[in-house]
Structure formats: C-alpha cells, structure tokens
Design a protein around this ligand. Structure first.
Ligand SMILES: [Zn+2]
Length: 356
C-alpha cells in the first residue's frame, strides 16, 4: 500500500525512479521494489523519501484513494503523458486531503452539487442559453452583477475546484472530471490570469448545465462557451453598458468592462457579437483590426488577478477551532510543518505558508 503512495508522490514531483533514487542515495531498483510493495522502507528511508518528494511522512500512510472518472483535458491535446500524470497526481492528492478532512466533518458542512429544477429540459438554440444562465444565477442568488469570486461561488455549490501550478510549457489548459459519488471536479492553473481561470470555470459549469439538454443541432462546446459568457456577463448588464446596437466599439470600453466582469477583452468582443450589439460585418472588422495590429492573442488591458481556492483551508481551520481535528492533523492536511501551523494560529504566518 505504501508502494502506490510513493509512486504517486514521485509522479507528482515529476521525478523518474532513477532521479528519486539519486536524491535519497539509493538504487533505482530499491525504489522500484518499494513501489511494488516487495520491500517496505524503514522509517529512516521514509523520512528521506518524504523530504525528497516534498510530502509529510503521514502522506505514505494515508488510506484514501481517489479515483477520478470522466477525466477530460481542455483543448490543448499536446500535453505530454508525464506532465498529465504529474497534474493528475497533484489533483488526486488535493482531493484525498478533502476526503480525509470530510471524515471528520459533520454532514451539514458539505454542499451537494444540484441543478435547479427550473432549468429547461431542452435547449433549442444558442440564444436560449442566455435565459438558462440567468435561471442558474437566480437559483444561486447571484443577482445580475459581476461575480466577485467565481471559485468560491462554485465551491459553495458543490463543485470541487482544484488549482495546480501546471506544467513548465504552460500547455495545461484545465480539466474536468468526476470523483467520489459523482461530485464534479474542475481543475485550473493557479498562476493563470484571473479572466482565463474564470472563463474556464464558467465553461466547465456550462457543460454541467447544458449536457443532455441540447437539441441535436447544437454543438456542446459552443453551448458551453456561450453559457460561460452569459453567466459571467449577463445580457441585460452588457446591453446597459454597451447599448443594444453599435456600429463600432472602442477597445477601451471593453478594457473597462474586463476589470468589472473578469472577462478578457476578446471574450467580451465575442459577447458583443453573440448579443448582436455589433453586426456580423462590424464584428469581423474589429477582429481584423486586432489581427492586423498584432493584438489578437495579446492580453489587453490590466491583468485580472488570479483567484484562489479558500474553502479547504477555511474548513481545516474551522474543524480545528471546533475541536474536530487536532493541530497535527490540520498541519498534515494543509501540507505545512506543525511549527508553521502554530505560527499561523498566532497570526505570524511565514509568507510562503499563507499562499500554500
Ligand atoms: Zn468544453
């Protein structure tokens, strides 16, 4: 059992058996035997492995095993297999911590993902998705204003959001999966700009909402994109700001809207086309302008700050305050040394612990 844990931590660290062996002054053969549970490492070796792999020794003894189902990576298919494995291992580790934590929590702390019954059974056209997005916003009591913290909103409604640093080449483009009795899981990059995180999250929410409801002629990818736009920037709010019909939009108008709605300028330009604020011709003209001026895939306007996942950490501290778990369990779940946890409890967090 320890063997599969060692292998998982090694994958998560992106190390080959040989590389790990060198770090802990053992042979690759020894690592291989540990991973196949042919030999059980002694406590001194476990300590060295834990240090090299950046986990606590308890990690090797954790029993929860998360099995992700329906794993789907977003478009950039050229992410290499070892990179995918590394990301999956990181996701599984974070989900396992959640599962471990939940064993200690009363049931009413958790929220199950559920869609409101008012959603239409059949969506006939992409334009219908505008109303679908509003129905969900109303059911979730979000009003029609910008959503300040989308990660928090999704987490509060039973979608598990995981953020990972991603790969060096930045090919990782997000993934969705289900785990643990069908709970939806969405993974985004922790270092991505906020507008990219938010569109990906809203897009994946779109899949959950429209899946199985679309009439045959509608492409689900397009529907999920339309949903993302409609959910992040509701039609009426956009009409109010940009007007119903325009011949042209100033890019600065979209830059200002970006700061407000956390959607990229390009995303908002699509939105103006979808909502027919711009005619097809005017819309094409603006895209051509962007391409001709080398602005097409540039970040336009001030970067929108990335969002953080907070619910897990909040739950850990709450469980500790209510004496459902002790300090050392809390430290293990947060992945920080006990001494750091104690410092944090006294408002003396070392800065790197605060954003871990
Ligand atoms: Zn999709």
């Amino acid at each position: 059992m320890i063997g599969s844990r060692i292998e998982r931590a090694r994958s998560a660290a992106g190390l080959s058996q040989r590389a790990l062996a060198e770090m802990v002054s053992l042979s690759a053969m020894a690592i291989s035997k540990y991973e196949r549970d042919e030999v059980t490492p002694g406590s001194d070796v476990l300590l060295r492995l834990a240090k090299a792999l950046g986990v606590r020794v308890e990690y090797f003894f954790r029993s929860e095993e998360v099995h992700l189902e329906h794993v789907e990576y977003r478009k950039r298919g050229d992410l290499k297999a070892p990179e995918k494995k590394k990301i999956l291992a990181e996701v599984e580790d974070q989900l396992e911590r959640w599962l471990t934590l939940e064993e200690f929590l009363p049931g009413d702390w958790s929220q199950k993902f559920d869609l409101p019954p008012e959603l239409p059974q059949c969506i006939e056209s992409l334009n219908d998705i505008e109303a679908v997005a509003l129905t969900l916003r109303d059911a979730w009591k979000l009003g029609h204003n910008p959503i300040p913290d989308l990660i928090d909103t999704l987490e509060e409604h039973g979608i598990r959001v995981i953020t990972v640093p991603g790969d060096e080449d930045e090919l990782f483009d997000g993934l969705s999966a289900t785990c643990c009795d069908g709970m939806p899981v969405v993974v985004v990059g922790s270092r991505w700009p906020g507008d990219r995180q938010r569109f990906t999250l809203a897009h994946e929410l779109g899949h959950l909402v429209v899946h199985g409801r679309l009439s045959k002629n509608i492409d689900e990818e397009k529907a999920a994109n339309r949903f993302a736009g409609a959910f992040l920037a509701p039609r009426d709010a956009i009409y109010k700001t940009l007007g119903r019909k325009r011949k042209l939009l100033e890019l600065q108008e979209l830059v200002l809207l970006k700061a407000e709605y956390g959607m990229s300028v390009q995303g908002l330009l699509y939105r103006a086309g979808d909502l027919e604020i711009l005619s097809q011709g005017a819309s094409r003209g603006m895209w051509t302008f962007l391409r001709n001026n080398n602005l097409y895939d540039k970040e336009l306007g001030e970067p929108y700050p990335p969002e953080q996942t907070r619910l897990f950490k909040q739950r850990v501290y709450r469980a500790m305050a209510e004496e459902l778990i002790g300090e050392s369990k809390a430290a293990e779940l947060l992945g920080i040394p006990l001494i750091e946890l104690r410092q944090c409890r006294h408002m003396e967090c070392p800065s790197h612990a605060a954003d871990k």
